[in-house]
Design a binder for this molecule. Structure first.
Ligand SMILES: NC(=O)CC[C@H](N)C(=O)O
Length: 361
């Protein structure tokens, strides 16, 4: 892009990296995290779990397939993971303003501008990632004209900012599932609606314990799971019963906390489409899509709980399960979007548990 204005990326350790502006020419602060996924920027940027984060992409060329046009299905997006861009900023190496794809409606830069989100390109994102791997995720900011203070998004209740304020109903089916929306990705809703499910989507702090349902689902979401006290409280009531519960990512962390375990912040998190996980007690591994900065500390889980999946790169917890009740979770994203769909069977496993519960098994 000729004529691109200069902007810089500043990290909390004092590092300053000069680059060029695309998207909105504005300043923004957040937590600087990296993803090694090779594709999927329309999905990543709209994933509410990225709220408050400046996303660094290691894949060297970004923007070449543009951004698809909006398309709705059951009043939710068919394409995007929510109805807006959630990242605070985007850092790439080569930005391809010229895009080409049958479904592209606009360029990545124009899309970022629409939501007033700054992008910076001409940054050696692999070198930057090595730094983030050594020092851990850092606070940082993209600075255009006006400077902004550094800001730690993990001190905010980000879930309250991205969760809906109203209850919504979707689909029809024989299994009534309550989805606690802490910032759900729409592909989770799509995965349920492709199955025999009537979905009741409720806000993060809604008292779902009063509802009539067959199974409870806890969504992904941004920030520190310990901010979700209201959800954890309601969940503790649900854990006293026997109705199946399934959680993904933040949902897995909330299940761990409600069970009495602890969560901790990972050094730099897992964000990519090729994270290997091992199903506990087997030699079976799966390649999974991930986006998280916190994890359940398996050692703190009460005796009735155990680790369901383990990350094969660093041994951290990738899901938990109750030893006797149908409560289980994945730290990774079985709904993918983007990334491999190899673990989508987790939705079938959950619905099987729901049907067995209804049959009184
Ligand atoms: N994708 C998610 O749900 C992320 C959960 C949590 N905010 C974390 O970073 O660990």
């Amino acid at each position: 892009m000729e004529n691109a204005k200069s902007v810089k990326l500043v990290l909390e350790d004092g590092t300053e990296i000069q680059g060029k502006s695309f998207g909105a020419f504005t300043s923004a602060a957040g937590e600087v995290v990296f993803s090694t996924a090779m594709t999927g920027y329309p999905e990543n940027l709209t994933d509410p779990s990225f709220a408050g984060q400046i996303l660094v992409l290691t894949y060297p060329m970004v923007g070449n397939y543009g951004v698809p046009g909006e398309d709705l299905y059951e009043s939710i997006s068919k394409i995007f993971e929510s109805d807006k861009i959630h990242v605070a900023g985007l850092v790439v190496n080569y930005y391809s303003e010229e895009h080409s794809h049958w479904h592209a409606a606009k360029s990545l830069g124009d899309w970022l501008s629409e939501y007033n989100i700054p992008g910076i390109f001409d940054v050696d994102t692999r070198l930057l990632t090595k730094k983030l791997r050594e020092k851990g995720a850092m606070l940082g900011k993209i600075v255009a004209e006006d400077d902004v203070p550094l800001h730690d998004p993990n001190q905010d209740n980000l879930v309250a900012q991205v969760s809906p304020t109203e209850v919504k109903h979707y689909g029809s089916g024989s299994n009534k599932i309550v989805l606690v929306d802490c910032g759900t990705k729409t592909n989770i809703i799509r995965c349920f609606l492709e199955r025999d499910v009537e979905l009741i989507r409720v806000p993060w702090d809604y008292d779902f314990t009063q509802l009539d349902y067959d199974g409870l689902f806890l969504s992904n979401g941004p920030g520190d799971p310990k901010m979700c006290e209201a959800t954890i409280g309601h969940l503790q009531t649900a854990l006293q019963q026997d109705k199946p519960i399934f959680g993904i990512c933040l949902g897995s962390q909330l299940m761990g906390l409600a069970a009495g375990g602890n969560t901790f912040k990972l050094k730099y998190g897992h964000r990519s489409h090729n994270q290997p996980v091992l199903l506990t007690g087997t030699k079976r591994s799966y390649i999974t899509s991930q986006n998280h900065g916190f994890a359940v500390d398996t050692d703190t889980l009460p005796a009735e709980w155990e680790m369901l999946f383990e990350n094969l790169n660093d041994g951290t917890c990738e899901g938990i399960k109750h030893k006797t009740k149908p409560f289980f979770s994945t730290q990774f994203h079985p709904e993918a979007a983007g990334g491999p769909q190899d673990t989508e069977f987790m939705f079938d496993d959950f619905l099987k548990a729901v049907e067995e519960y209804k049959e009184g098994k």
